[in-house]
Design a protein around this ligand. Structure first.
Ligand SMILES: [Zn+2]
Length: 119
């Protein structure tokens, strides 16, 4: 393969004997490559890749970011213990309150009149 010297330093270089790079699979034509990109991130994982917004958590299959993001840790724990979104029942009268499809926004209880004012 007509690999160039700079290919070793390039972001697109595959380190594969049968494929020179993602842009030019059979090698660049000529003495230089217009698509050369210096591989500055080699070996270093970008910490931003692992960044998660504070308060983002999975409950079941749903990623819940708001409104838990606004709450303190203590408030979040209380919400997890009491809120029908997580417990499946009214915190006042224990009446089951089921999730709906599409997901409901308000969790007001039809039996006792408990009104969801936490979210
Ligand atoms: Zn109720």
């Amino acid at each position: 393969m007509p690999k160039l010297d700079i290919c070793d330093l390039c972001l697109f270089y595959t380190h594969n004997p049968y494929l020179v790079c993602a842009i030019h699979p059979t090698g660049a034509a000529g003495e230089s490559c217009l698509d050369f990109r210096p591989n500055e991130h080699q070996g270093a994982a970008d910490p931003l890749e692992w960044w998660e917004p504070e308060g983002a958590s999975y409950y079941g299959d749903e990623l819940v970011i708001e409104p838990l993001q606004r709450l303190t840790n203590q408030q979040r724990l209380e919400l997890l213990d009491t809120h029908p979104m997580f417990t499946g029942r009214c915190p006042n009268c224990e009446m089951p309150i089921r999730q709906t499809t599409p997901a409901r926004v308000h969790w007001d209880c039809e039996r006792c009149g408990w009104v969801d004012d936490s979210v």
